[in-house]
Design a protein around this ligand. Structure first.
Ligand SMILES: Nc1nc2c(c(=O)[nH]1)N[C@H]1C(S)=C(S)[C@@H](COP(=O)(O)OP(=O)(O)OC[C@H]3O[C@@H](n4cnc5c(=O)[nH]c(N)nc54)[C@H](O)[C@@H]3O)O[C@H]1N2
Ligand SMILES: Nc1nc2c(c(=O)[nH]1)N[C@H]1C(S)=C(S)[C@@H](COP(=O)(O)OP(=O)(O)OC[C@H]3O[C@@H](n4cnc5c(=O)[nH]c(N)nc54)[C@H](O)[C@@H]3O)O[C@H]1N2
Ligand code: SF4
Ligand SMILES: [Mo]
Length: 704
């Protein structure tokens, strides 16, 4: 039989690279980059190239399992799908009967193919409580701040006819993290044209090394730096006066508001000399078209929302919003995903955990409201304000990626029903009552809309192979909905996909045949037609809508709660500033430690520190060290570098060791989230907790 080739979209990260799947006799034998796909043009990163190692990994879950014996004991019985889903549906119905649908919570992970199906299934179930470790600290703060300010999510215009002349890279390392597939590749192509680069990062990354200006800021002080740059832009008249007067509201109030935020004010807070702050503001404002490449590092502190608002002012004031080659908004080519919000009664919506306090996350300020994870977890443990008894997790290793992992374990253990759907038996799955085997990306049907291109790229995932009895998550949710006789989410998956594609004049079969579709975009001059999608039709520097929602209408600066300035008593015992090192090329959050080619390239967790700091503590390069915070301690291997401030320590997140014995598989050894904090204070708008900009200390470790 000849080899059959399927066009598809890699999903080893958030996804976006076009691929060709070669299938021989029902077995996937090769994965190549699709040379026709506009984003990656044939390229794949190391993770994409390791796809076969995950599809046929000997550790893959292949059958539904039900726990026998005590939680975490590791004894399972194999079930049929019918047996497992009947049992789960029955237990869910019983819980719903006694404590209401709201006592069933759903969880998921970042940007998974089934992400939208989780709130959809939640609405059909009638529960307002679904969560993801990223909604309060990844992307949603940028999205919701952008929607509130300019009515749309802008992104860097790498693919249009005009390329950026200046790129401000802030708390982001896209050459490694490449979120959404293509970005790293497109950025690489644009860098070949030698634009001016300004990099704001506590670490000297590859981008920082080639930047005209590298601003090595103190972790967590981002808003102070942004406000001081805004101060310079306004004071020195570097803003685009025409754009500001025609297309913004609140400029005068903003100008008065930033008066105290001078570069001199920011210098001690950010550790960046005032002159350098001014230089960066001038370079950005005077090199059009300029764009902002912002990342999740600005969303990992309780100042997340206003930090995003403050950064957004830079491209707005300099007239780079929707300027070709600048910070542009895209087409909205697909029909809105059918979330089935209409099935969730308003009364239940108001009872979503966190909805009253965190309106931009869980309430009226968000287009896709989700529960506030710490509030949800507290309800699991205490039953307040109401009981939460079941947690259904679709693609999240909760013990690894939520803050304060030891607490998370306690919350999970308090569940009456824990169902984990995953590719692998993770430490989280080990605690479950049911473990369901998920399909990997070459085994699924889906569409993937890349939002970061003006033309709206839509790719198809084609089911090229099957492995064991694995099912894709959407299918499991649909089967459960049918069994529970829910009022929605019972249609076939393909019907949902077809409905989304309808405005393009395509159905899923046709898209799958083509592999991808590039929908025509607008011409970046949205504002000439109807204005921005805000209440005033202008960019809201001062936002009345936010004011009504009880959020500050102008962005200010919030010092991280556990810092040398805000917590000097803690700093006396934990004198170093802790941050996450950033993404590494081989892994995706807690994934892929069991893939041989990737693990060989990156066998151990690495913590970066300055040789001076290491010297003071008797630490050698390559040695295992303890990193301790007020919440716990972990060990990682020291990587000494002069590219980090001697006062800062940067750990890797996501570590567990599939090869170590269960039930923990080493998830309490090197996991960054033993150090982080799930307690208050939270971001007043988004409920964000503290994943970065905390305090720690280090010392050598003699074991391992
Ligand atoms: N290979 C790989 N790719 C991924 C992921 C992965 O795990 N692996 N994860 C995906 C996910 S969920 C996301 S959200 C994206 C994230 O990808 P990015 O947005 O690029 O985020 P990070 O790589 O975590 O951090 C980016 C940079 O921020 C710096 N940084 C640390 N603290 C601070 C700070 O306080 N201020 C500033 N300005 N910078 C700081 C770090 O040194 C790092 O270089 O990547 C996605 N892509
Ligand atoms: N300390 C610290 N913590 C962080 C971060 C940080 O920078 N520092 N980053 C935060 C951010 S930005 C984010 S977005 C979150 C990410 O957190 P998550 O997205 O929740 O990441 P993981 O916990 O790695 O979840 C991935 C799990 O899903 C499984 N999986 C993969 N594909 C599928 C699938 O198709 N179906 C199913 N059912 N399972 C699948 C994998 O095997 C793995 O066990 O972490 C956050 N946590
Ligand atoms: S960047 Fe993401 S989508 Fe592209 S090959 Fe790598 S893992 Fe796959
Ligand atoms: Mo994320």
């Amino acid at each position: 039989m000849s080899v059959k080739v399927y066009k598809s979209a890699c999903r080893m990260c958030h996804g976006g690279c076009g691929t060709l799947l070669h299938v021989d006799n029902g077995r996937l034998v090769a994965v190549e980059g699709d040379p026709d796909s506009p984003m990656n043009r044939g390229r794949l990163c190391v993770k994409g190239r390791a796809t076969l190692e995950t599809v046929y990994n000997p550790a893959r879950l292949l059958h539904p399992l039900r726990r026998r014996g005590p939680r975490g004991g590791g004894e399972w019985e194999r079930l049929s799908w019918d047996g497992a889903l009947d049992d789960i549906a029955e237990r869910l119905l019983r819980i719903r009967e006694t404590d209401g649908a709201r006592s069933i919570a759903l969880g998921t992970g970042t940007g998974r193919h089934h992400f939208n199906f989780v709130p959809r299934f939640a609405n059909a179930l009638g529960t307002p409580n679904w969560c993801e470790p990223g909604t309060a600290q990844c992307f949603m703060p940028r999205l919701n701040a952008s929607l509130a300010t300019c009515g749309d999510l802008p992104f860097c215009d790498y693919l249009g006819p005009v390329k950026p002349a200046c790129i401000l890279v802030w708390g982001h390392n896209p050459l490694v993290s490449s979120p959404d597939g293509e970005l790293g590749f497109s950025l690489r192509d644009v860098l070949a044209r030698d634009p001016q680069l300004i990099v704001v990062d506590p670490r000297r990354t590859a981008l920082a090394r080639r930047a005209r200006l590298w601003l090595q800021l103190r972790p967590g002080s981002d808003a102070a730096l942004a406000l001081a740059m805004v101060h310079t832009i306004i004071h020195e008249g570097l803003y685009d006066a025409d754009f500001v007067s025609r297309w913004t509201v609140g400029f005068r109030r903003l100008a008065a508001h930033v008066e105290p935020f001078t570069p001199r004010w920011a210098e001690p807070l950010t550790w960046i000399p005032a002159k350098r702050i001014r230089d960066a503001a001038r370079l950005f404002a005077q090199t059009p078209p300029a764009t902002l490449e912002w990342g999740c590092a600005i969303e990992h502190t309780p100042a997340a929302f206003q930090t995003c608002r403050a950064l957004l002012l830079l491209p707005v004031l300099t007239g780079n919003l929707d300027r070709p080659g600048g910070f542009v908004t895209g087409a909205h080519a697909l029909a809105r995903f059918p979330f089935l919000d209409e099935l969730l009664p308003p009364r239940e919506r108001a009872r979503r955990l966190g909805a009253r306090r965190f309106k931009m996350l869980a309430g009226a300020g968000s287009p896709l409201p989700s529960a506030h994870a710490p509030t949800l977890f507290r309800a699991m443990r205490t039953g307040h304000p109401y009981p939460v008894r079941a947690f259904l997790v679709w693609g999240n290793n909760s013990l690894s990626t939520y803050a304060n992992s030891r607490n998370v374990r306690r919350y999970l253990l308090s569940m009456d029903l824990l169902v984990v759907t995953d590719l692998y038996m993770t430490p989280t799955a080990r605690l479950a009552d049911f473990v369901l085997p998920a399909a990997s990306w070459p085994e699924i049907r889906q569409i993937l809309a890349v939002p970061f291109v003006a033309e709206n790229l839509v790719l198809a995932n084609q089911k090229a192979v099957s492995v064991g009895e694995c099912l894709q998550d959407e299918e499991i949710m649909i089967r459960l909905s049918r069994r529970m006789d829910l009022p929605g989410n019972t249609e076939d998956l393909e019907e949902v996909l077809d409905a989304r594609l309808a405005p393009l004049g395509l159905d899923f079969q046709e898209l799958a045949r083509r592999g991808f579709h590039l929908a025509k975009g607008h011409d970046h001059e949205y504002r000439k037609e109807r204005g921005f999608r805000t209440p005033s039709r202008k960019v809201e520097l001062y936002s009345r809508r936010l004011e009504h929602l009880g959020t500050e209408p102008l962005p200010g600066y919030g010092e991280p709660p556990e810092s040398p300035f805000s917590a000097p008593d803690v700093a006396a015992r934990f004198p170093l500033v802790l941050t996450s090192r950033g993404r590494v090329a081989e892994y995706f959050n807690s994934e892929f430690r069991q893939l041989p080619s990737l693990r060989r390239r990156h066998p151990h967790p690495l913590v970066e520190l300055h040789p001076e700091t290491a010297g003071r503590h008797g630490i050698q390069d390559g040695q295992w060290i303890w990193i301790e915070s007020p919440r716990g301690r972990i060990k990682q291997k020291a990587r000494l570098t002069s590219g980090i401030d001697p006062r800062v320590v940067a750990v890797e997140h996501g570590w567990w060791f599939p090869e170590l014995p269960g039930p923990e598989h080493g998830v309490f050894e090197s996991n960054a989230n033993l150090l982080t904090n799930d307690g208050p204070p939270y971001d007043p708008a988004m409920g964000t907790y503290q994943l970065r900009a905390l305090l720690c200390r280090v010392r050598p470790c003699n074991s391992r």
